[in-house]
Every structure is written in C-alpha cells, then in structure tokens.
Design a protein around this ligand. Structure first.
Ligand SMILES: Nc1nc2c(ncn2[C@@H]2O[C@H](COP(=O)(O)OP(=O)(O)OP(=O)(O)O)[C@@H](O)[C@H]2O)c(=O)[nH]1
Ligand SMILES: [Zn+2]
Length: 339
C-alpha cells in the first residue's frame, strides 16, 4: 500500500512509536505545499556536500534539509536527481536539520527503492487523513521471500532444451513473479544452478552495455548440458533498484561515472539485491545443495547464509565487447567478481 501510494504521489506517514514522518516522493509529488524539509539519502547528501550534524556518528543515515525559500517542484527534482546535476548546477546552500527519527527516515529511503523511485522525499509538516501509515518494522519485514509459493508449473520447450519445465512463484507482497526453469532428470547430485537477475535491456533488447544477455544464454546451455539444473529468473532489475533507476544510472555512466559510483550517486547501495528469495525458491523445489554458476562471491555468500549449500562455484565468463569492457572490468576491480 505504501509503495503504491508513493508511486501515485500520495503521502505516506512512517509511524514509529510516538513519532510520525509524513513524506511525498519528490519524483511523483504534484505540489510542494506544506513541505518544511527534504529528506535525502546519505550518499546523495554527500554529493551535495551536506551532512547531518546529528548523524555524524552514522554516515549511512539519511539527511534532512530545511526546505529552501524558493522551493518548487523543479528545484526539488534537481536536488533529488543526480542526472540533472550538469543541467541544473546551481543548488543550495542548504541547511541540514537534526534528524529526530532515524529508523523512520531509513525506512522511507528503503520504500523508495522498493517502489523504484529516487530516494528523496518532501517532508510535510502535517499528516492529513488521506495518508497511508506504515511502520519501520513493516518495511524491514517486507522481504520479497515472505509467503512465497509455487503458483503454476508447466512444460516449456526452450531453444536450449526441448524438455524444460517452468515453475512460477508468487509472493503476497510483490507484483513481480519470479520464475524457475528446470532441465534434466533429478538425481542425487547437486543441480547446476544459475541465479539470473532481470535485465530488460540486456535480456530482451540485446544491450551491449552489460553481459546479461550472453550470460543468460550461456547459463541455459550449461544447465542443459548438465545432468540436471535450474535457472532462477529473479525480478531484481538493475541489481534491485528497478528499471527506471537503472536507466538513470546509465545516464550517469554516459557522464563518465562507473556502475558503482552511478548507483551510489543516485542514493542506492552498490548492490541492493537480497538472494534469500532464491534460497526460498530452491527450497520449494526440494533443492538444498547446488553447483552455482557465477563469478559473484556475494551470490555464493547470500545463498549459503540463507541455508543453501553451494558445493561448487562454476565460472560464467563472457568475452567482452567494446561497450561492456569497462563495466566488466569494474565488476572485477570494485565488486570482487572472480577473474
Ligand atoms: N544498477 C545497475 N544495474 C545493472 C547495471 N548493469 C547491469 N545491471 C543489473 O545487474 C544485474 C545483473 O547481474 P547478474 O547477471 O546477476 O550478474 P552479477 O551479479 O554481476 O554476477 P554473475 O553471477 O557473476 O553474473 C541485472 O539485474 C542488471 O539489470 C548497471 O550499470 N547499474
Ligand atoms: Zn544487463
């Protein structure tokens, strides 16, 4: 509900015991009336050379700034969106305000990610009766593996394997359905498994900026060649920040930032994915041990922490092209991907 409200430009009140923080997402807000402050992610605030005095001990806490006297929607968006920094360089100076309720502010920033919006909010002085209430605990508990279940399964002949089976999963909280593609005949050996995060640009459009499309097809081939295996197609577009925010990161990359810095400047974690949903999918499929196709040590860790044994890591290297060579290099040098 809160996610839907933010996307529609409706106010949301994060209620934490006796404190209430009423916010509108900057990106979808229709007017600025009643705004007394702006809430920004820590990293966006750092780019704007702002810091929250009260949060000096915790550099990850969001930052609250006083609404400038000339605030309008255009200025609010320029404060929120780093891809406008070149087009709209004159912002500030801003005055940081003490942040009374860190957990609510942190929950609001997380709600923006879940809604696929920029993590920036207009903070309203008063909540009216139309606001949607949510607590920081609700946001923390919002885990897309919550109440996951198998919703449908069917034969799906695919180019890599004419005898594949597709299994679709549904969660109560998330509209996007995760999918598993099973190939081969189950035996006692651990299956070859690939966790593939959705990449519309790479998977569907053949983008050369990343290696997702070729990795997807190579993984399907290797799974088909194994005695049995499973491809999990996870709806974690843009490493969990959503398509629109990923394309904003691409716009920053067009300005010269790499994939890591682009995410940070937007106010997101470098990798916002939670691989526990993949572990729950495997459990529902009766799989406890896997041979994992990946170069990403975080995927191995994430699965193991969520209770799936990774008996072997199988590399999945794709030859670079002139458009993705820098991206692949960054994954190795900055996010610890295996060479
Ligand atoms: N935010 C952001 N996401 C990107 C970018 N390039 C690709 N992605 C997303 O990254 C995800 C691809 O990750 P994976 O294929 O799982 O690869 P990985 O985490 O690098 O690990 P491997 O298993 O080694 O391939 C997809 O969700 C893409 O949409 C980018 O520049 N910025
Ligand atoms: Zn991609």
């Amino acid at each position: 509900m809160a996610i839907d409200a933010l996307r529609r430009g409706w106010p949301v009140t994060v209620v934490d015991v006796d404190k209430a923080l009423t916010v509108l997402a900057v990106e979808t807000a229709q007017d600025i009336s009643g705004t007394h402050a702006i809430l920004l992610s820590a990293s966006r605030a750092a780019t704007l050379k702002l810091s929250n005095q009260s949060a000096a001990a915790d550099g990850d806490l969001p930052v609250l700034i006083k609404a400038p006297f000339d605030l309008d929607l255009r200025l609010a968006l320029a404060v929120a969106d780093p891809s406008l920094d070149l087009a709209y360089p004159m912002k500030g100076p801003f005055a940081a305000l003490p942040l009374d309720d860190g957990p609510s502010a942190t929950a609001a920033i997380e709600l923006a990610r879940l809604a696929g919006l920029l993590p920036a909010f207009l903070v309203l002085a008063d909540a009216d009766e139309n606001t949607v209430n949510v607590s920081p605990q609700d946001v923390i508990a919002f885990d897309d593996s919550g109440a996951l279940r198998i919703a449908a399964r069917a034969k799906l002949p695919v180019a890599a394997n004419a005898d594949a089976e597709i299994v679709a999963f549904r969660t109560v909280v998330d509209a996007s359905d995760h999918v598993a593609l099973l190939m081969g005949t189950r035996d006692t050996s651990p299956p070859v498994v690939r966790l593939h995060s959705e990449c519309l640009t790479g998977d569907v459009l053949g983008s050369l900026k990343c290696d997702c499309g070729p990795q997807l097809h190579e993984a399907l081939q290797q799974i088909s060649d194994a005695s049995w295996g499973i491809l999990l197609y996870l709806r974690q577009e843009g490493r969990g920040i959503g398509l629109i925010n990923k394309l904003r990161a691409y716009a920053l990359q067009d300005q010269g930032f790499d994939t890591v810095d682009a995410n940070t400047r937007l106010g997101f974690a470098i990798d916002a994915r939670d691989f526990s949903v993949a572990a729950r999918m495997l459990e529902l499929l009766g799989v406890e041990r896997v041979r994992l196709l990946t170069n990403n040590p975080e995927k191995v860790d994430g699965l193991q922490k969520a209770g799936i044994a990774v008996t072997e890591r199988l590399p999945l290297q794709i030859a670079a092209n002139p458009h993705n060579a820098h991206y692949l290099e960054t994954k190795k040098s900055r996010t610890g991907h295996a060479l």
